[in-house]
Design a protein. Sequence first.
Length: 317
Amino acid sequence: MSEATSMSLVNSMSKLRRDPILQRWVIIAPDRAELQVSRLFRQSKGPPPEECPFCPGNEGRLPTEIFAVRELGTSPNAVGWWVRVVPDERPILRIEGSLGRSTEGMYDTMNAIGAHEIVVETPGHEQHRADLDDLQLTRIFSTYRERMRDLKNDERFRHIIMVKYDGVPGSPSQHQHSYLKEELNLGTRTVWHGEGYLAFAPFASRLPYEIWIVPKAHASQFIHVEDEELRGLALSVRGVLSKLRKALQDPPYSLVLHTSPLDAFPREAYHWHLEVVPHLFQAMGFGWGAAISLNPITPEQAAAHLREIGGPGGVQG
């Protein structure tokens, strides 16, 4: 066997990688990159704007508005908003009631107490986040922050998470509703970095093209982010989503904001961050059976691909 062939085999072998922060293992399997699996595409178009409950003019089709960023002089539950928040009509968690914790033999149970809200991120029907300007993205992240600040006043709540699905099959509507030094030094998994934020493919990426967007300055809770920092976050998110759309033919994706538990239960060592995960393939059987993620594309390959692609407004890899 030649040295080149030997090295090729080594580079294509599956490897287990351990995430040093989350303490989980992932299988990186580049030898399975050509495996024929079902590609996921964007959900087919939803209802037209006149029938979409999230579009301007249809405010009455949703529950009463909780919060909104609006034009001056406009009224709640009416047109004139840029971002609005409403309760979910079919909430998984409910504000009403008490925890009612109890035991059933060896098992613990409690009531599903919490808040389940929908952030309607733009008046534009089927508008992609990568096409929003920095001002609108800043309004969105400012809304996240303000809702977190309000919800933390409820002493029953210990943790808040923001989850956004875009084009994922099963989403209710097409309308948009929402290791730092080591990575900087190595650079092999860096996708983009600018003033204030770094975007990179984590060492133990669970899925192809998984990207984390992390503030360079340590901060455990998103609720303490300043307005100027939100503008930098908006630019970073728009840049990453634009690169993913160009590289992967506009895939469905999830975006999750991870932040430390609320002030009564702080974890100062935690570093808040955004995770962007494109949904490219159906989960493979081995991953489900072994309860471990299997990623057929190395984070280094994904990051190199995305660095080659320019972003909006001069954002480059």
